[in-house]
Design a protein around this ligand. Structure first.
Ligand code: GDP
Length: 140
């Protein structure tokens, strides 16, 4: 399997509870290498643009409001099959359905405040990485 990159976000519920180190440890234990990382506070316009594909969904305004409620950590993860590997360690969107040992099972507060974002495919990974990082910022 080819070495890939994926975009990960540690969400405001995670930064608020000072969980960035524990979540990064879980990502690294799963074999994902953090090859770029930055702590930022998303503007409403940035959150709306990032989640543009969810615009028609009923929870869109709540999601944008949550994602701008505090700082986030945006990061690029690298590994063989990084996209699927990250989705696996993240766990299901709703923590009630997340498998034991996954980040969302361990840390998520709710279906919305679920601690982490991860790209859901190679195309979205490329788009989402370029949303936050220039090639020069990523050190593999
Ligand atoms: P993901 O790929 O597992 O993050 O899930 P989705 O792409 O379906 O949803 C994006 C994000 O929207 C999720 O991670 C949640 O933060 C939020 N979300 C998803 N479903 C719901 C919902 O039913 N209600 C609310 N309030 N937020 C949701």
């Amino acid at each position: 399997m080819a070495v890939e990159r994926t975009l990960s976000i540690l969400k405001p519920d995670a930064t608020r509870r000072n969980l960035t180190g524990r979540i990064n440890a879980a990502l690294e234990a799963a074999g994902l290498r953090i090859v770029a990382q930055r702590r930022i506070w998303l503007s409403t316009a940035e959150a709306e643009a990032f989640y543009g594909e969810h615009k028609a969904r009923g929870f869109f305004r709540d999601l944008v409001s949550f994602m701008t409620s505090g700082p986030v950590v945006v990061q690029v993860l690298e590994a063989e099959g990084a996209v699927a590997r990250n989705r696996e360690v993240m766990g299901a969107t709703n923590p009630a359905n997340a498998a034991e040992g996954t980040i969302r099972k361990l840390f998520a507060e709710s279906i919305e405040a679920n601690s982490v974002h991860g790209s859901d495919g190679p195309e979205s990974a490329a788009r989402e990485i370029s949303f936050f990082f220039a090639a020069v910022d990523i050190v593999g």
